[in-house]
Structures are given as structure tokens and as C-alpha cells.
Unconditional design. Structure first.
Ligand code: SF4
Lengths: 70, 490
């Protein structure tokens, strides 16, 4: 369950940053992008997938969350 | 002149042949030919991995990253090098982080404080000594705004509880006392020390005055992070921002101070120069206080103009117009510098091997002078640094991560660059090989190199080094052409 920071980059894309590894990837697909729920399964630009416990709405970014590797 | 990707790959293979098979296989992953179309580096280069046993690496330790790089330049804290005397003494003032103030009165960046561990401290623990030392420091240097405990290797090995001492002492003296767990054996290079130091600033200093709102902020407040004021770099950057109408409220950490760091939260924008060493705190500032960060580059007029425009775009039209005015005002001076030095430097080929930022950031400055970067590498970069490097570097250029001294020397022998930019450990080796060399960590006792004023000095220094007559005098007189006449005369 790595700690990751989610933020938007200048181009407006969602960036996924694994703090421990200094590893940055773009989120290319997000299961629930909102309104109502936000989160779920995310697909990163390097092909790996993670799961974020869905939140009620899109949070204020950047935000540090715990995710599960799938 | 420059090599294409295939030739570079070939060169890498030839150099790797000397290694035993397993070592060669490992090292091959750290070397590559540049392809500017690449977006992501994790498939093509391995970075931030432990150096292999038996090779000579240029890397430093976590203590060097925390005490030397991040904490060292903060002028109003007393950094205790906690442990034996050597680590602090041999790294004292080596980075030339300039500060204003009176040494020993309100500025302590150029002094060496150490708990000077002896055998008995290693056996019985140094916590008591540390507590006593902090109390003494508070009596002797009442203007110090805080104390940090920079752990050297033995502290981690004997298991001293510096956190407990720090908490208690902080209460006693009423100032932040920061335990920094940067023992040299942690991590693979000084890069971990940057991270540890960033985290300690975050956990022990940054939020201490969050309930104090007496600071009057303006809509034009910015902070400079990742500028260590080497040779005055932060000052020559700061004047440009101020000329543009912005107010610099904090410098991290060159010529910086603890109160500045605590007021950083009022900034509207955080300007990040060295991404490698301060992205951690920048990310935290963005998450906690909503201050966005912007990476910029103040090396060479092309990059400076682009950065000034990028910074200005974040603010209103007055600032944007001011930025144009600043650029226009400096352009004639920059053109004059280029007119003077470019003819002397045009087409010269450069190889760089520096820390975690400069191999990509200084490329523009060299290109402004008509020079070409044929190889670049980092001592302790991570993959996110390589992501940012590919676009800056020309196609086919050689990239080397944590190059061993054997590799670097072999590449130089083969590529025969006109100039090498690297550190003090490499300097004299290449001098003896007869190749012009600039020390690009601390600007070879020169600087500043940031900003428009810095570029004037940069151009002069490169010319002075490359076109120095000494390089023509390396051959012994009796080996030169026409030596016969000399002999018969004798
Ligand atoms: S590795 Fe350890 S002993 Fe060596 S300089 Fe770093 S902290 Fe000191």
C-alpha cells in the first residue's frame, strides 16, 4: 500500500507520484471521475494499475493518499 | 562532429568490455545514447541505484546532502555535525554558499560545530554531551534561530536517541532543535540526504508559526527554492524577479533564514530551481498551503527569458509587461557578451558530469555561446531527472548515470571534448590529461552563474579556461617539432 501524491500538472493531467520512489506517472484512466464518486481503479502511463478507495467527490489537489497495487 | 546514436552505443559497448561480465551487465543499464523523442526514462536507463563494489564513484553520503547542501546554507541556524570531527571539518565552507551578516554573531553558515565524538562517546552514548552542547550554543550564540543535529554514521550505529534530546532541548532553549537522521550509510548517495533534510524542515520548522499572521503578504510574493547561493547565485536571480515587480519573501536555502522559511506559506508562487534537492518540500508546500511550484532555469539568456515569461504568465499583465521590459533592458548586454565570446567558443564540444540538476540546466547557456554538449551525466539523479533531460540534449549524445572514474576517463579519451564540466574529484585527472576543465559544483571559485549578470561571468570563465595558453604548453620542449635545433644548440 504505497503512499502517493496526486496532483494536476500544468497541462491539467492527473499526476501520480510515488513518494518513496520519486516516481512520477500520468493517470491515463480513472474509474470514477465524478460527481458522486471519485477514485477507484487507475491506469498509469507505464501500464501499471492501482486502486484508490473511492472518495465522495473530487478532492482538492494535491493530496496524499494510500493506494493498493493491482 | 557529433556521434549518432549507433556510434554512441558502440562506444559504450567497447568501454564496458573491460569489466567482468556481471559488472558490465549492471553498468550497461546506466549508460545510453540520447533520444530526444523519449518521454519516460524508466525503460531505458537505471538511476539512483547503489554503486557497485570495486568501482570509483563520485558520489557523496546522506550527511553531505543534508548538512552540506540543504541545511548548511541557512545562515541563522547552528548545524551540529554530530559525531566525529572529520565529516564537518572536511566539508566546511566547501560549497561557497554566500551569506550576509556577521560570522559567529548572527550568521553561522561558515563555521564548523561538532560534538567531536571520542571512543568513550561511542561506548557510552553521546546524548548527554549533545544536550550540554545545545545549551552551550544557546549561551554563546544567543542570536541563533535554531539548532540542528546532523547525524554522522556512528550515531545511527550506536542507536543514540537524538529525537528525545532535541525535543527536550527545544523546550529548554525555546528554539527549534531539529534532529536530522542523515547518517552517511543511509541510501545510495547524497540524494537521500536532501530528502531527509527536506522532511526534517517540514516536520520541525515549517509549521512552527502557522498561527502567527502578523506577516503582511502581497499578491506578488514568491519564494525561491533550490538555490543555494553558490558564489551569489540567488542574489543574481533575485534582482531579476524584483525588477519584474515580484517580492521574494524566502530563499531556500542559500542566504536563507528560519523566519523566512516559516513565512514561505504566504508566497503565491514557489520558484523551484534545483528540482532534485527540493522537490520534496515544494510538493509539501503545494499540498499543505496550496502554493503551486514552477520549475525555472536561470542559466543563459535564452533560458532566462523563457523562464521570466513563464513566471510572469502566472501573474497579471503588469508583471508580464515588466518581464518584457526586464528582458529588453538586458538583451543588449547579453548580445554584447555573445558577440565577444561566441567567436572564441563556437563549435567547442563539452562533456558534463555534475550532481542532479546542472547537466540539463546549463545546456542552454553553453548553446547560447555556440557550444555543443556531447555527453552529460548525473552523480545522483533519479529517473524523473532523466525524463527532464532527454529533450534538452541533442540526439545521440552520451548519457552516463553515476559514471565510474574509469568510464568517464575512457569516454573522454575517445570523445576528446574541448571542455569538461564536473567536480573537484575529477578536475586534476583531466588537467593532467591536458583537457580544459571547469568545476561545475561550486563554479571553480567563481560565480555567480545564475541570471543575466551570471551569464557574463560564465562566458568569461569558459573562454578563460578553453583558450588558456597553458594547454599548448603541455608537451615537453624536446618533443616539440624543431626540437633538434634546440638540442644542437645545447
Ligand atoms: S559517510 Fe559517514 S563518516 Fe563518512 S562523511 Fe558521511 S557521515 Fe561522515
Amino acid at each position: 500500500m504505497p503512499n502517493v501524491m496526486l496532483r494536476n500538472n500544468a497541462a491539467g493531467e492527473l499526476v501520480f507520484y510515488i513518494t518513496k520512489k520519486d516516481h512520477e506517472e500520468i493517470v491515463v484512466a480513472l474509474e470514477h471521475a465524478g460527481p458522486g464518486t471519485w477514485g477507484g481503479e487507475m491506469q498509469l502511463s507505464d501500464g501499471s494499475r492501482f486502486y484508490l478507495e473511492p472518495l465522495e467527490q473530487k478532492p482538492k489537489l494535491p493530496l496524499t493518499v494510500r493506494v493498493k497495487r493491482l | 562532429m557529433s556521434m549518432n546514436r549507433q556510434e554512441t552505443e558502440q562506444l559504450i559497448q567497447e568501454v564496458l568490455q573491460v569489466y567482468p561480465e556481471a559488472t558490465g551487465k549492471q553498468r550497461a543499464k546506466h549508460l545510453m545514447a540520447n533520444d530526444p523523442t523519449l518521454e519516460k526514462s524508466n525503460k531505458c536507463i537505471v538511476a539512483n541505484k547503489k554503486a557497485l563494489p570495486g568501482v570509483m564513484t563520485a558520489r557523496g553520503c546522506a550527511y553531505a546532502g543534508a548538512k552540506g547542501v540543504v541545511w548548511g546554507p541557512i545562515k541563522d541556524v547552528v548545524n551540529i555535525s554530530h559525531g566525529p570531527v572529520g565529516c564537518g571539518q572536511f566539508s566546511r565552507a566547501g560549497r561557497r554558499n554566500y551569506v550576509t551578516g556577521h560570522s559567529g554573531v548572527n550568521v553561522f553558515a561558515d563555521m564548523n560545530f561538532t560534538s567531536d565524538f571520542q571512543e568513550k562517546d561511542v561506548v557510552f552514548g553521546g546524548d548527554k554531551k549533545l544536550a550540554k552542547m545545545i545549551a552551550e550554543i544557546d549561551t554563546l550564540f544567543p542570536l541563533a534561530k535554531g539548532v540542528t543535529v546532523q547525524s554522522e554514521c556512528p550515531i545511527g550505529l550506536i542507536g543514540d536517541d537524538i529525537e528525545a534530546v532535541a525535543k527536550k532541548s527545544a523546550k529548554d532553549i525555546g528554539k527549534p532543535v531539529v534532529p536530522v537522521r542523515c547518517e552517511g550509510f543511509r541510501g545510495v548517495s547524497q540524494s537521500l540526504g536532501h530528502h531527509v533534510a527536506n522532511d526534517s524542515l517540514r516536520d520541525w520548522v515549517l509549521h512552527n508559526r502557522d498561527d502567527d499572521n502578523s506577516f503582511e503578504s502581497t499578491p506578488y510574493d514568491v519564494a525561491i527554492t533550490g538555490d543555494y547561493n553558490i558564489g551569489g547565485d540567488a542574489w543574481s536571480s533575485r534582482v531579476l524577479l524584483e525588477e519584474m515587480g515580484l517580492r521574494v519573501i524566502a530563499q531556500w536555502s542559500g542566504d536563507g533564514s528560519i523566519p523566512e522559511m516559516q513565512t514561505t506559506r504566504h508566497a503565491k508562487l514557489n520558484l523551484l530551481h534545483c528540482y532534485r534537492s527540493m522537490n520534496y518540500i515544494s510538493r509539501h508546500l503545494e499540498e499543505k498551503y496550496g502554493i503551486p511550484y514552477l520549475e525555472y532555469n536561470f542559466f543563459g539568456p535564452t533560458q532566462i527569458a523563457a523562464s521570466l515569461r513563464k513566471i510572469a504568465a502566472f501573474f497579471d499583465s503588469t508583471i508580464q509587461e515588466n518581464a518584457e521590459r526586464v528582458i529588453a533592458r538586458h538583451q543588449p548586454m547579453q548580445d554584447a557578451i555573445i558577440a565577444k565570446y561566441r567567436p572564441r567558443l563556437e563549435g567547442k564540444r563539452v562533456m558534463l558530469f555534475v550532481g542532479g540538476l546542472r547537466p540539463r540546466h546549463v545546456i542552454g547557456a553553453y548553446e547560447d555561446l555556440g557550444m555543443e554538449i556531447i555527453g552529460a551525466g548525473y552523480e545522483f539523479a533519479h529517473n524523473d531527472d532523466y525524463d527532464r533531460t532527454f529533450k534538452e540534449l541533442q540526439d545521440g549524445a552520451l548519457i552516463y548515470d553515476d559514471a565510474t572514474s574509469f568510464e568517464l576517463e575512457s569516454f573522454v579519451e575517445r570523445l576528446k571534448p574541448d571542455l569538461i564540466g564536473s567536480g573537484i574529484k575529477e578536475k586534476y585527472v583531466f588537467h593532467k590529461m591536458g583537457i580544459p576543465f571547469r568545476q561545475m559544483h561550486s563554479w571553480d571559485y567563481s560565480g555567480p552563474y545564475h541570471g543575466y549578470d551570471g551569464f557574463a561571468i560564465f562566458a568569461r570563465d569558459m573562454d578563460m579556461t578553453i583558450n588558456n595558453p597553458c594547454w599548448k604548453k603541455l608537451q615537453a620542449p624536446w618533443k616539440r617539432a624543431g626540437a633538434e635545433a634546440l638540442k644542437s644548440a645545447a
